[in-house]
Design a protein around this ligand. Structure first.
Ligand SMILES: *Cc1c(COP(=O)(O)O)cnc(C)c1O
Length: 225
């Protein structure tokens, strides 16, 4: 099915809203067919997000090489070897110290460069994964103690708010993520310009995320339907 007229007409407005707030729009294209992705590509969109390594692998093979693929999904350590050669632009979902070090190991073995975000648990739902602040601080202490890792860049933080109609809850959670970003920036990356991203906001809550300082919004259903 091609992209609907409605989606095509809405895209420029959404893009302008995101850009006016100083953020980038990631079009979350998981489960979407190539023709819909290409319709947004034709409108200038280059950042797309996927959450499965197998699906991403197929799409990388079929779709234009200048697409910047963002990996958003839960990432199992045994999938890292398959993911990294696909050269994702940014991995948003690094949610444990073990995963962080597995990525570093595979990147070094394969001489690949990797940019990643640390995912934080900011929502009420237990099902959503991510670091607690103290866990991330411990992981980063290990990270810096282990010495320089050429090619690996930790670029910021990512989080998902609670799925709720309560805008205040969502704003409080996004505010907490921005605070985590600032603390890590201050404690670990004060002179590293790469550590600059706060990935937050989806179809249902991206305006709140933009107000709270998001630099990357990940919008799927709103763009494609
Ligand atoms: C699916 C997904 C999105 C997009 O969700 P929509 O509600 O469709 O905008 C954003 N981030 C992550 C991590 C996702 O898995």
């Amino acid at each position: 099915m091609p992209l609907s007229d409605h989606a095509r007409e809405n895209f420029p407005y959404l893009l302008r809203e995101v850009q006016a707030a100083g953020a980038r729009l990631v079009a979350v294209s998981k489960t979407q067919p190539d023709d819909k992705i290409m319709a947004l590509y034709a409108l200038g969109q280059r950042d797309f997000g996927e959450n499965r390594v197998s699906e991403l692998s197929e799409k990388v093979r079929r779709l234009p090489a200048d697409i910047r693929w963002h990996y958003l999904g839960n990432l199992q350590r045994n999938k890292v070897k398959a993911l990294l050669p696909l050269a994702p632009h940014l991995i948003h979902s690094v949610d444990s110290e073990r995963l962080l070090f597995e990525i570093a190991k595979v990147a070094t073995q394969q001489s690949l460069t990797v940019a990643l975000l640390l995912q934080f648990h900011i929502a009420e739902e237990e099902t959503k994964s991510g670091f607690q602040l103290s866990e991330a601080q411990a992981a980063l202490n290990q990270w810096f103690a282990a010495g320089p890792k050429p090619g690996l860049r930790i670029c910021g933080v990512m989080g998902m708010a609670t799925n709720t109609e309560n805008d205040e809850t969502i704003a409080t959670e996004f505010k907490a993520l921005t605070k985590i970003f600032k603390q890590l920036k201050n404690d670990f990356f004060p002179t590293d310009p790469s550590f600059c991203e706060i990935s937050m906001g989806m179809s249902g809550d991206y305006p709140i995320a933009l107000e709270q300082g998001s630099t990357l919004v990940r919008v799927g259903s709103l763009l494609f339907s």
